[in-house]
Design a protein around this ligand. Sequence first.
Ligand code: MG
Length: 263
Amino acid sequence: MIVKKSPAEIEKMAAAGAVHTRAMKLVEGKVREGVSTAELDAAVEKLIRSAGAEPAFKGYRGFTGSICASPNSMVVHGIPGPYRLGRGDIISVDIGVVLDGWVADGAVTFAVGPVTPVARKLLEVTERSLFDAVEQCRPGNRLGDVSHAVQARVEGEGLSVVRSLVGHGIGRAMHEDPQIPNYGKPGRGPLLEAGMVLAVEPMVNAGRHMVRMGDDGWAIYSQDGSLAAHFEFTVAVTEDGPRILTPWHEVIGVDRRAAESAA
Ligand code: MG
């Protein structure tokens, strides 16, 4: 059952999302060679708690971090720890925030200094596929339109959608119905209605689509060892169209995008 949210409830989720956005901006400022993922985690937890919120992931099924930090071929669910970022790494950071009982969830994959052309393309295509999907989050569309938008972009660029991991509805619980695959047929699946809130999260491998679980029982890696990226928004379906509730794109990568558009 898909739980719809009232406009007032969506505002509360947006308030959680505002804390989320500040946390992601903090991460962007700290991502550099030599920083450990535990240090990123500690900084984010401090910011979230000082905002009167709680990290959604900490304690979830025993997860020990406030963020998931997943470098290079790790797709998602990396436990923060002693790993130190290296020049040329990519690092996926997923953050969940609970404020007044409402959850906001979002992820960004960052480049650590200059990265290979393969890595740059992977980040750009995965982020673009997320925006393609958001565009479909409108009343009257179907969930398959959202899923298909990701798949079309990713596969059109010769990359692979991870099929065994999905996005999800979100609200008072981090994971609500529906599950949101990153592949599917347009015009299929549940009808989207105003008040639905979706965590849309393309997970993309530069190589093939299969994944494997790591020894810690959390980390998910691309099976072929290829680089993997993850971008995520919490997005509300409203009468006025999609509303991004975790708008990290307004603060992250702004300098890079400006430089690219000037070039
Ligand atoms: Mg999520």
